[in-house]
Design a protein around this ligand. Sequence first.
Ligand code: FES
Ligand code: FES
Length: 151
Amino acid sequence: MKLTLNKREKVIDIPGETPSLWAIREELGDESLKFGCGKGICGACTILVNGEPTKSCVTRIEELKGTEVTTLSGLSENDQDLTNLQKNWMEENVAQCGYCQPGQILNAYALLKSNPSPTEQEIKEWMYNLCRCGTYPRIIKAIKKTSEENS
Ligand code: FES
Ligand code: FES
């Protein structure tokens, strides 16, 4: 089957029921998405499918046929080309261990696309991703800062 991963067309030949988390990491070699709970709870495996945050551990690869998939690897071309959100993430020193952060950033990116000026409450309601390091206050700060810059 064919899908577009980070703006590049990919052909993948594996059983359609394979979780897309494994397919993208193991078959397509993009390890930016992380395996956390494997049950659709933690959000570490979040990818964007046609711009929508999607938990790849509970999404079969066949569901991605013909879609545009974005992982953290595809959000910017290189370190000079970071999105404002990623720059603010770094300025606010959001990450601690870093494990949950690819999913957090992608979900925050999708939030700001759909709602450029979210309230703190809206941010809390949208951001389903869990962080065992408790970086939530800094995540909110980075999202708010980006939203203010964009407004
Ligand atoms: S690994 Fe997919 S939601 Fe936790
Ligand atoms: S930064 Fe460690 S789990 Fe979120």
